[in-house]
Design a protein around this ligand. Structure first.
Ligand code: ATP
Ligand code: MG
Length: 251
């Protein structure tokens, strides 16, 4: 399968062969490629290819874009009026935001390593092996309660680390988390928001934590989810007042 949107990645010598499509989502399809390890540092990579604009299921952007100022008037008007140009712009803002967020989180928070992006696709490290991609937390079968608790602890720490890098996922659920070799990887960031800018960030954080909470509750792990979300937010809010050595990221 040779898709026009793949060409750039072949031309740049990053990928060598398209192995198979992995998933077809609401906004994008994800494909497995054999990579050139000399240019990417990986044997296998995942390419997330956003659907053409007319087939993308756009969510209501306004809450997510809160606090982001678009300098150019022409762009602002187009976005407001959802013109053809506005939709195109929205599409590339979407891909751009996922790319910028992956770069911000790389090395420190468990996310795929971003390698290269175009207007409509992102090349990143692949989680899984040649036979099977990493299962999503949603379909992952844990061994026992200890393992379940460890998965949650990892996620708690990841959400906290993201927050300190000014990122709230905004669409976190058991569908956007991969589990491989006992470790979690967070994916799917186009709607991520900056808690320093977006006035809805705290409610996004709370929704992220509580939605994961519902997943863990169903599997028998009980935690005070609402309070955890609240504590994460307040600790982050006051972090500037506390010296870094004393901050003690909850472990
Ligand atoms: N780096 C990766 N390694 C392995 N699998 C991945 C990777 N990135 C994405 N996937 C797989 O592709 C699926 C879709 O990716 P993603 O969630 O980013 O796109 P999406 O269009 O928002 O999908 P959805 O509508 O299902 O949320 C994921 O659920 C996951 O199974
Ligand atoms: Mg997804």
């Amino acid at each position: 399968m040779r898709h026009e949107a793949f060409e750039h990645f072949f031309d740049e010598g990053l990928v060598e062969a398209h192995l198979k499509p992995l998933k077809h989502g609401k906004e994008a399809s994800v494909h497995l490629f054999r990579a050139d390890p000399r240019t990417t540092g990986e044997e296998l990579v995942a390419l997330k290819l956003y659907h053409p604009l007319d087939r993308r299921d756009f969510r209501d952007e306004t809450l997510y874009r809160d606090g982001e100022f678009i300098k150019e008037r022409r762009m602002r008007v187009a976005l407001e009026h959802k013109t053809r140009y506005g939709r195109e712009l929205q599409g590339s803002l979407w891909v751009g935001r996922e790319w910028e967020t992956l770069k911000k989180l790389d090395g420190g928070v468990g996310v795929p390593r971003p390698i290269e992006a175009t207007q409509d696709a992102i090349l990143m490290s692949y989680i899984g092996d040649e036979d099977v991609p990493a299962p999503r937390l949603h379909e992952y079968r844990h061994d026992d309660l200890d393992e379940l608790a460890s998965l949650w602890e990892q996620l708690h720490r990841a959400i906290e680390r993201m927050l300190y890098r000014d990122v709230v996922h905004g669409d976190l659920s058991s569908y956007n988390i991969l589990v491989w070799d006992g470790a979690v990887t967070l994916i799917d960031f186009p709607q991520a928001v900056d808690p320093k800018k977006n006035r809805h960030a705290q409610s996004f954080l709370e929704r992220d934590v509580c939605r994961l909470g519902e997943h863990f509750e169903r599997r028998g792990l009980h935690r005070p989810w609402q309070r955890i979300a609240h504590d994460l937010w307040t600790a982050w809010l006051f972090a500037d007042l506390v010296p870094e050595e004393l901050r003690g990221l909850t472990t």
